[in-house]
Design a protein around this ligand. Structure first.
Ligand code: NAD
Length: 408
């Protein structure tokens, strides 16, 4: 994933005709923190925080708890965050963090201890004006609440602006939980609108039925009568019904402890993750993990659009292959930017000690993502490049412009 992120920058940089020194500047991370967390029971875990670029503002990016987290993955994700905040026009930089841990193996007390010790290890390097982490895979509002509490205990800061994605009681924003999925809906709607593609029904398959996938599916079902959900998977596999399925009902089944594959067996039909990638649908939504479409399975993709809600879900080779085939890939740095937009709004609310109503959040989210989508797709047409290349070009130009203005 790191090579993919860096190659994207190199290729866009060369196309834009920027200097080698500027490309090196964009690839370099400003700081990398790596340390061990030892729990009271003696278990040790590797922890990471990478701060990629802060020329546009404080570092911003999630914290992931997953056994496969390593320095390289965190560096790739931090790089993508800098591009994402710049591509959608936020005054923020890019960072990312994580702990190599399977949180399902920890008790609630151990999870809290791990979260608090993560903050203790980083307290000098993060904060409301330096680096503002947020949730990512396997972290949520409760983890952020522990983290903000620990940060405030250790530093005396009382703004709650050191972490976003908190609960409402701890200074979280309305609309934050749904923001990434909701943002994906806005972006997909704008793309279909821009390309005057209003097929009825527009069929959709979703890989990953976690925080992002669930909100995406439920908002699609509620707000878009002509979008039809036909396949859904999580790590267990999932459910397929070419005549349509209900996200609400699948979610209820999961909430009650069932697995999607069991829901499939009970309701319509089951589907594996490999089969989902190959489903004959209009839109394939990737909302699970990175590199899920790669050289092995890229030939099987039949969707007309791929919406990258996960970070880096398509390898570089697969990306080129699908683009040449005419499949429109709606890039992660735009498609999943809803989370960071509402994180930014949460940070603004904390700094102003305000709580905005949901309507204002939705309005601002709409404004940022509608403008960014139109801008990126317009640039793609103008320069005859893919939407991802257009998004990266716009991001690179914004970052370099800010860096150059500082030099004067
Ligand atoms: P989550 O942990 O809530 O959900 C992930 C889902 O993916 C789960 O349903 C899991 O079962 C499923 N999954 C895991 N491995 C799979 C596999 N091999 N095949 C199919 N499904 C699989 O995580 P999330 O917060 O929903 O994040 C999903 C993706 O979106 C991640 O890549 C994350 O980096 C990205 N993202 C999340 C946010 C956010 O606000 N949460 C913001 C931007 C990007």
């Amino acid at each position: 994933m790191l090579k993919t992120a860096q190659d994207l920058i190199k290729r866009a940089g060369e196309r834009l005709g920027i200097t080698q020194a500027d490309i090196e500047y964009l690839l370099k991370t400003e700081a990398e923190h790596e340390f061990d967390i030892e729990l009271a029971n003696g278990e040790r875990f590797k922890a990471f925080r990478t701060q990629h670029n802060s020329v546009l503002g404080p570092y911003k990016g999630g914290i992931r708890f997953h056994p496969e987290v390593d320095a390289e993955e965190v560096r790739a994700l931090a790089t993508l965050m800098s591009l994402k905040t710049a591509a959608v026009g936020l005054p923020l930089g890019g960072g990312k963090g994580g702990v190599a841990v399977d949180p399902r193996q920890l008790s609630q007390d151990e999870l809290e201890e791990l979260s608090r010790k993560y903050v203790a290890g980083l307290k000098e390097y993060i904060g409301p004006n330096k680096d503002i982490p947020a949730p990512d895979v396997n972290t949520n509002a409760r983890v952020m609440d522990w983290m903000v509490d620990e940060y405030e205990k250790l530093t005396g800061d009382t703004s709650h602006a050191s972490f976003t994605g908190k609960s409402l009681e701890r200074g979280g924003s309305r609309g934050r939980e749904a923001a990434t999925g909701h943002g994906g809906i806005i972006v997909l709607r704008e793309v279909l609108d821009e390309l005057k593609d209003d097929k009825n029904p527009t069929t959709i398959a979703i890989q990953g039925f976690g925080n992002v996938g669930i909100f995406f599916a439920e908002i699609a079902e509620k707000d878009h009568a002509n979008w039809q959900l036909v396949a859904l998977t999580d790590s267990s596999g999932g459910v397929y019904n070419p005549n349509g399925l209900s996200a609400k009902s699948a979610h209820r089944f999961k909430r009650e402890g069932g697995r999607l594959v069991e829901y499939g067996a009970a309701h319509a039909g089951t589907i594996t993750n490999d089969e989902l990638i190959a489903t004959d649908v209009d839109v394939l939504v990737l909302a699970a993990l990175g590199d899920v479409i790669n050289e092995q399975n890229m030939y099987t993709v039949r969707a007309r659009y791929v919406l990258e809600l996960a970070n880096g879900p398509i390898s570089e080779k697969a990306y080129d292959y699908l683009t040449k085939k005419g499949i429109i890939i709606i890039p992660d740095i735009l498609a999943n930017a809803g989370g960071v937009v509402v994180s930014y709004l949460e940070w603004l609310q904390n700094k102003a000690r305000e709580h905005w109503p949901e309507q204002r959040i939705t309005q601002e989210l709409e404004q940022y993502l509608t403008a960014a989508t139109r801008n990126i797709f317009k640039r793609a047409v103008l320069d005859k490049i893919s939407p991802k290349e257009a998004a990266i070009s716009i991001a690179i130009e914004r970052i370099l412009k800010a860096r150059n203005s500082r030099r004067l």
